[in-house]
Design a protein around this ligand. Structure first.
Ligand code: IMP
Ligand code: MG
Length: 172
């Protein structure tokens, strides 16, 4: 594994994002909605860096790659979503790769009639997007590598690491 982003760099960047986001939503009814499970570490740190009152909630986005389902088919589970009608929503995910997950989340949440929907991703992979949209806020641009840590997993391992590492071919 190769260290890509150190813990202190993440902490600094997340604090700067918190300030930027606070300035935008001051005086508004903000709800931050994280996409499980990758959102957990980023969301826990970011919401503590947002100094305007806000609510938090989660949704689950999964892609099924089993033999019975189309590869990469995405489902969004809104069972845990709090009421967002008329509120400003900030959707948070660990990484924006092809962007299909984020786009699907935006569409799903728009059906609940929020006042606005914006997006934040800790990481954006360069040159991979398959969608028109871009995250409104992001932490770091990274080259096309498979990364783990700070919420991101490989087969559900490594999420707890406080830094980001790239897995080499030999690790996979
Ligand atoms: P997208 O729909 O292609 O943008 O992918 C988004 C989802 O794929 C993320 O929420 C992650 O769960 C997963 N993902 C994409 N790239 C990586 C990676 O490099 N490491 C770990 N998970 C990834
Ligand atoms: Mg994942």
């Amino acid at each position: 594994m190769r260290r890509l982003i150190e813990q202190h760099e993440i902490q600094q960047r997340v604090h700067a994002l918190g300030t930027e986001i606070s300035n935008l939503y001051r005086g508004r009814d903000l709800t931050v909605i994280g996409a499980l499970t990758g959102c957990m570490l980023f969301m826990a740190d970011l919401v503590r860096a947002i100094d305007v009152p806000h609510r938090i909630g989660v949704v689950q986005a999964s892609s099924y790659r089993g033999a019975t389902t189309r590869p990469g088919e995405l489902t969004v589970e809104l069972g845990l979503l709090p009421d967002i009608r008329g509120r400003d929503v900030l959707i948070l995910d660990d990484i924006f790769d092809t962007g299909n997950t984020m786009e699907k989340l935006v569409t799903a949440l728009q059906s609940r009639e929020p006042a606005s929907v914006r997006t934040v991703a800790l990481l954006v992979k360069e040159g991979k997007s398959e969608v028109e949209m871009k995250p409104d806020f992001f932490g770091f641009k990274i080259p096309d590598a498979f990364v783990v840590g700070y919420g991101l997993d490989y087969d559900d391992d490594y999420r707890h690491l406080p830094f980001i590492e790239a897995l080499d071919e030999a690790d996979l």
